[in-house]
Design a protein around this ligand. Structure first.
Ligand SMILES: [Fe+2]
Length: 147
């Protein structure tokens, strides 16, 4: 019993540290990666493509909005948005505002599941339970336009 209490406290502290890391650091760790893809014919003018994905924007995330807006400074020739741009029903105007001048550039987009369906709170312990339902048969819980 004497070792169970410190072990439980250590697990609790590790869990709290993990949640803190996710909520404070990882949540604000936006990443820009640059790659050269040699697919154009020799001598062709370079083409700069900006790929935006998984912003999962919620209202009030001003740092994320500012960072997205700053991507226009990269002067992309084409903007590709592959979805999961929002994670809240009221985020559409915030995301459009974030894109700002990027909306004036040529671009294409597809919607992600988070753009179509609002997140619903779930018990994290359900991951530890054996489920009889298969993920591909799960029901649609709450479409964004359901209200
Ligand atoms: Fe995503």
């Amino acid at each position: 019993m004497r070792t169970l209490i410190p072990a439980t406290a250590a697990v609790g502290a590790a869990g709290a540290a993990l949640v803190g890391y996710a909520a404070v650091i990882e949540r604000n760790w936006f990443t820009l990666r640059k790659f050269d893809v040699p697919v154009l014919p020799p001598g062709a003018r370079p083409l700069r493509v900006l790929h935006i994905s998984d912003a999962h924007l919620t209202p009030g995330r001003r740092r994320l909005m500012s960072w997205i807006r700053s991507l226009d400074d990269l002067d992309p020739d084409l903007v590709v948005n592959t979805g999961d741009s929002i994670s809240h029903q009221e985020s559409v105007p915030y995301f459009l505002d974030s894109l700002g001048p990027l909306l004036d550039r040529p671009g294409v987009f597809v919607l992600g599941s988070n753009d179509l369906y609002a997140p619903v709170p779930k018990n994290p312990m359900r991951y530890f339970r054996r489920s009889k339902s298969r993920w591909w048969e799960r029901r649609v819980e709450r479409p964004l336009n359901a209200d």
